[in-house]
Write a protein that binds this ligand. Sequence first.
Ligand SMILES: Nc1ncnc2c1ncn2[C@@H]1O[C@H](COP(=O)(O)OP(=O)(O)OP(=O)(O)O)[C@@H](O)[C@H]1O
Length: 262
Amino acid sequence: MLNNDLINSKLDPLNPAIHVKHLSKTYGEFKAVKNISFSAQSGQIVGLLGPNGAGKTTTLRLLAGIMAMSAGQIEICGYDISQHLFEVRRRIGFLSGDTQLYRRLSPRENMNYFGLLHQLPPAQLKQRIEQLIEQFEMQSFAHRPVEKLSSGQKQRANIARILVHQPRVLILDEITASLDIISSQFMMDFLKQEKQRGCSILFSTHIMSEAEYLCDHILLLYQGDILDEGSPEQLMQQSQAANLTEAFLHQIKHYSQQGNLP
Ligand SMILES: Nc1ncnc2c1ncn2[C@@H]1O[C@H](COP(=O)(O)OP(=O)(O)OP(=O)(O)O)[C@@H](O)[C@H]1O
């Protein structure tokens, strides 16, 4: 078994895997994220929904520790990101549309490289890479340079790469955006499996049906603030909407009419 402490340690249910308090980010004068708070428990999938420019990517990048916050607090598995960035990075897997693999290396070589960065012992790393190749059905292309792979194959290799160190928390920014329906379904099944393993997953998407299918909890982000939150069912019930798209549009319209946009 690899990284036993990370896999087996059951998170205290009273201590969420992701805990965000009064988080803000400003770019110069512009407030991209405004004092938001939320948490995610072990085994929970939380979706970040919102129109273009709502602040989703900024929020996810702050949580992944690749951008500094302007104010607030982020804890991942009990570690404060401002004080324990290394411990946080050991526990998260972050993937966005911009994340690139080394294109001249094969998926196997990419996984090896990132595993070494995470300081996994070589024998364990080798075993883990083979596990991932099997799990993501990459046998036929694991040895080919990434630049010769299709988008779907690249995305599988990308996901496998962020799982090398068996993270407890996954932070995923629009990972199904360029995928066909089969590859998207593959990714969604994979997220469900990770949830069952006890992983906490925070992800953004513009695809409402995906959020409806996957999420235990949804944060509706608008102009850097949380407009509403709840389970997909709660959000639909509140707006008497037939689906999440309707519920989302209803909320934005409602707040605009009230003049109380964040
Ligand atoms: N580096 C930056 N400098 C200045 N403003 C930025 C920067 N990055 C993002 N912004 C602004 O912050 C706001 C939030 O951007 P962000 O990318 O977080 O939104 P998003 O919800 O992910 O949007 P999309 O769905 O289009 O990806 C936008 O108005 C954007 O223009």
